[in-house]
Write a protein that binds this ligand. Structure first.
Ligand code: PHE
Length: 365
């Protein structure tokens, strides 16, 4: 027990602490008792003037007082803090019981739907799906694809260069999905060695791509799907069969007119672009006597295979790349590409797809 004269102070202080309604009030009480010029502090200061014997008993009494007040303050603080937290949690509660608003129900975006359909069609041909980073360096995006430093293709692609680099290679936003060809072949060669018996690269790569270009048919961010097949005996005939099957299935029209037109890409030789028949005036596909380019393709250039550690005397294959927006616009009669990215719920409601009917090949698209 503290000395008798300390009792009133203790009783009073304990009552004040118990009655403190806020953390601020409690802090004021603490300062009033134990702060620099607090009541208890003042008593402790007087100890120095006492005789040694007296000092001992008085000191012990004051210590007991101080400890009991400190404990009471801490206990009250805990209670007040818990109450404050509860109050805050109640006040900031989010009402998740809000009623559904059918007018803003989402749908599968047509871009996603096209990717799903592409995956389903190539999935049926045993293609695996690969992806790669949006930020590449210029070796993966250009050099490894047989596009040397000063090749005009680098300028043609309106590349976004980043203010950063990977080692000493400039970093770029990938201008096409083709760098994933490189990543896949390198990884395959690493796993199997240059002369593996079982070359089995058969992949598609749907993903985002970037070019500094913006109008009704170009967006700085857009989507492509790459394809790559490597084997000991893969020929141009495989390329043609594979892509004809794909386009007929994707557009749901086995009679869709297609044209393979000789073209140039640094990473394929020979290269071909594929056009489909359409009507320039109505935008309808299938007839009308006009041709619209929709796909780039070709046999993988031997230099590209060699850059990836695959022996071009033993292996060959084909690659292709297509624009997802272009395919989607053609299939669904969408005329302005910018609408894809505006998140207008009315547009999405019109062009979107139900999440409950996923792209399944056996139902046809
Ligand atoms: N990467 C090319 C482009 O973006 C398309 C392509 C891919 C062409 C693969 C041939 C082979 O234009």
């Amino acid at each position: 027990m503290p000395g008798d004269d300390l009792l009133p102070l203790q009783t009073e202080a304990a009552a004040a602490i118990a009655a403190a309604a806020t953390l601020e009030a409690l802090e004021a009480i603490r300062v009033g008792l134990l702060g620099k010029s607090g009541a208890v502090t003042a008593l402790l200061k007087q100890l120095g003037a006492l005789a040694p014997e007296e000092k001992k008993t008085r000191g012990a009494a004051l210590n007991i007082l101080k400890t009991s007040l400190t404990d009471a303050l801490a206990a009250r603080r805990e209670t007040l803090e818990a109450a404050a937290l509860t109050a805050r949690l109640t006040a900031e509660k989010i009402d998740i019981s809000a009623p559904p608003r059918p007018e803003i129900l989402g749908a599968i975006h047509p871009i996603s739907r096209t990717m799903e359909e592409i995956a389903a069609i190539f999935g049926a041909q045993n293609f695996a799906i690969m992806d790669g980073p949006d930020i590449e360096d210029d070796w993966y995006n250009f050099s490894a694809l047989n596009i040397p430093s000063h090749h005009p293709a680098r300028a043609m692609m309106d590349t976004f260069y980043l203010n950063a680099s990977h080692g000493n290679r400039p970093a770029v936003l990938r201008t096409h999905t083709s760098p994933v060809q490189i990543r896949t072949m390198l990884e395959w060669a690493r796993l199997h060695g240059a002369h593996a018996e079982k070359p089995a690269i058969r992949i598609i790569v749907p993903g985002r791509t970037f070019r500094a270009d913006h109008d009704a048919t170009h967006s700085p961010m857009f989507h492509q799907c790459e394809g790559l097949v490597i084997g000991r005996d893969i020929t141009l005939a495989h390329l043609k069969g594979c892509l004809i099957d794909f386009l007929h299935a994707f557009f749901g029209r086995p009679d869709l007119p297609l044209r393979f037109r000789a073209s140039y890409f640094p990473f394929t030789e020979p290269s071909m672009e594929i056009d489909l028949g359409w009507d320039r005036k109505t935008g309808e596909i299938g007839g009308g006597g006009d041709w619209l380019e929709i796909l780039g393709s070709g046999m993988v250039h031997p230099n590209v295979l060699a850059n990836c550690g695959i022996d071009p005397r033993e292996y060959q294959g084909f690659a292709f790349g297509m624009g997802i927006e272009r395919l989607t616009m053609l299939k669904h009669g969408i005329s302005d590409l910018r609408l894809f990215y505006e998140s207008d719920i009315r547009w999405l409601k019109h062009y979107g797809f139900s999440p409950l009917s996923p792209a399944m090949l056996h139902e046809g698209f």
